[in-house]
Design a protein around this ligand. Structure first.
Ligand SMILES: [Zn+2]
Length: 202
């Protein structure tokens, strides 16, 4: 008896939901602060409680299914944040933690000076006398801690598009084997004291 009654109640609720006109909204998601909105039309779904009660469509349901994710909503809140309040909070934080803030800044500044000093120390004495191609490729060779093979170097040079390869259409092609390009890189390696991986074919 009660089951039948509950079933009838659920059926009535479902019928009521079905009779309700669809709520079509336009997605309000923005990538940038004053950028265009996503603009996709979507059907806003009503909230249904555990007991089947229909709580209607929430006014805050403003994003299409693709953008109705926690990350997208958090991004929206970040764009709408009160910048003045954040700034005031940052200033207040600095005032209250001045000693530790200054200590952190000193450590960061020293780390930066050390990085610059290490970069300068790794350069040969005649650094400024060499052509700029030497300096760019030499800088690339020393940009990672370990060894950099010709293949990786070629990929980096092609991607950066700073220096066009004079030996072939790309550095990757020119450095795929022995030849003038490989000799050129070999000279720079000697100058920078950064040998490549030993070639198995010679
Ligand atoms: Zn959207």
């Amino acid at each position: 008896m009660r089951q039948a009654k509950n079933q009838a109640e659920r059926n009535r609720a479902a019928a009521k939901r079905a009779a309700r006109p669809k709520v079509i909204r336009i997605c309000q998601y923005r990538e940038k602060k004053d950028g265009p909105i996503c603009g996709i039309k979507f059907e806003a779904k009503p909230r249904i409680g555990k007991n089947g009660a229909d709580y209607g469509v929430h006014p805050n349901q403003r994003y299409c299914p693709k953008h109705a994710t926690p990350a997208a909503r958090a991004h929206g809140r970040w764009l709408n944040r009160n910048v003045e309040r954040y700034k005031a909070y940052a200033i207040d934080y600095r005032d209250r933690n001045l000693v530790s803030v200054r200590k952190k800044q000193r450590i960061a500044a020293k780390a930066k000076r050390d990085r610059v000093a290490a970069t300068l120390a790794a350069r040969p004495a005649d650094w400024m006398k060499k052509p700029i191609e030497y300096r760019i490729i030499g800088g690339e060779l020393t940009s990672i801690d370990g060894q950099m093979g010709n293949r990786e170097l070629a990929q980096r040079l092609d991607l950066s598009r700073i220096i066009k390869c004079p030996y072939a259409s790309t550095w990757t092609i020119a450095l795929s084997g022995a030849g003038r390009a490989a000799n050129y890189i070999s000279d720079i390696r000697k100058w920078m004291k950064r040998p490549g991986k030993t070639l198995t074919t010679k």
